[in-house]
Design a protein around this ligand. Sequence first.
Ligand code: CO
Length: 134
Amino acid sequence: MIGRLNHVAIAVPDLEAAADQYRNALGAKVGPPQDEPDHGVTVIFIELPNTKIELLYPLGENSPINGFLAKNPSGGMHHICYEVDDIAAARDQLVETGARVLGTGEPKIGAHGKPVLFLHPKDFNGCLIELEEV
Ligand code: CO
């Protein structure tokens, strides 16, 4: 069911410093910051030859990233995103196996303008999983 690795997301305490590090020290192609009020984050995508890195920074007081950074003040890996062809079918199949979908269980529009949803990390070896329909 799952396809390509779409991105690995890293929560960062300083978005500009992290972007500069990827641009200058690592020589990566770094995109512009994008605010995503629906998800409570500002993101910067970094394009690698075979996947992307998503730098995540909190947007607003209720951002889900605030708690993560409180526990991990120097930042840390936040989630990985797999591509699927049909997000509703993927969700239904996973729910049948006992996996929990975060939030309402309905896909939201993600950073690439495509439907996404998140699966509970406790059901996936401690790793928060994002599915994105491509
Ligand atoms: Co993501």
